[in-house]
Design a protein around this ligand. Structure first.
Ligand code: SAM
Length: 260
């Protein structure tokens, strides 16, 4: 049986109770790009705008569809999912709604704060924890039934080492849903701000973000490259699809001969 559905505010919903970001943004933008701390500050700033990107209805549908996709592979409700780079918690919340037990991890305290507020509003029992996925994950082996990682692989310092860690913390036959930014998206769309993403500070921020992507500060991935990385980490690919901006791969911890 799946958990009862409750409505959740995505995108344009009422503003969350965070303080005005402008003063933090000005300071943070000056520190951007300087090593690990700079990256964390970047995502702290991004947390203020993350839920204002794209079209809220389409975003909600996409998140729900992906949660249901993972649910099709489970054996029973209540199985655990690790949501890696959970951001403001949309996937974590959607996964609890379809009956998973979810731990969302992220290294940005501001992302986690927003995730916590949204989960509280939605009545979602998601648990959140501050974790840097560029270090060994602080969980024992086989700790989770499944994992999901949406649009965060470009932030992994060593994608293969990261995927090997994900494999380690999953149970035998556990599933992993990876959504990664694809190389050469046909539209060349790098996240154009929508009309309501106006305002001097916010526009400047989105411009800066697009520049980061264009300079390949954030790598994008070919489908073959992702398949190779996942197989090298010990996963078997069950399904794959390619969208306008992303590659989607549903995988399973490989068992039997040749498994890690
Ligand atoms: C593009 S967002 C995706 C958020 C969420 N998965 C979603 O799709 O809505 C990437 C997330 O990864 C987090 N992140 C980046 N580097 C990280 C790291 N080294 N450790 C943990 N989280 C990290 C950021 O804070 C951000 O929340």
């Amino acid at each position: 049986m799946t958990a009862p559905r409750t409505s959740v505010v995505l995108g344009r919903g009422a503003p969350l109770s965070c303080s005005d970001p402008s003063h933090e943004i000005r300071g943070a933008v000056n520190r951007l790009g300087r090593g690990r701390k700079g990256e964390r500050v970047f995502w702290d700033v991004q947390s203020y705008f993350w839920d204002r990107r794209g079209q809220p209805d389409r975003a909600r549908k996409t998140v729900e569809d992906r949660a249901e996709w993972l649910a099709r592979y489970r054996e029973r409700t209540g199985e655990s999912v690790l949501d890696i780079g959970c951001g403001t918690g949309d996937y974590s919340i959607a996964l609890t709604r379809v009956g998973f037990t979810v731990l969302g991890i992220d290294f940005s305290p501001h992302m986690l704060k927003r995730a916590q507020i949204k989960a509280h509003r939605a009545g979602s029992p998601v648990k959140l924890r501050r974790v840097d996925f560029n270090k060994p994950l602080p969980f024992p082996g086989a700790a989770f039934d499944h994992a999901i990682a949406v649009q965060m692989l470009h932030c992994a310092a060593d994608p293969l080492a990261f995927l090997t860690e994900v494999h380690r913390v999953l149970k035998q036959r556990g599933h992993f849903l990876l959504v990664a930014l694809r190389a050469n998206p046909p539209s060349g769309d790098l996240g154009k701000p929508s009309a309501r993403q106006r305002g001097l500070v916010e526009s400047a921020f989105w411009k800066f973000r697009r520049r980061l992507i264009k300079r390949n500060r954030w790598p994008r991935f070919e489908e073959d490259e992702l398949t190779h990385l996942l197989e090298s980490a010990g996963f078997q690919i069950l399904e794959e699809a390619i969208g306008r901006k992303s590659v989607f791969l549903m995988c399973q911890v490989r068992t039997g001969p040749g498994a890690n």
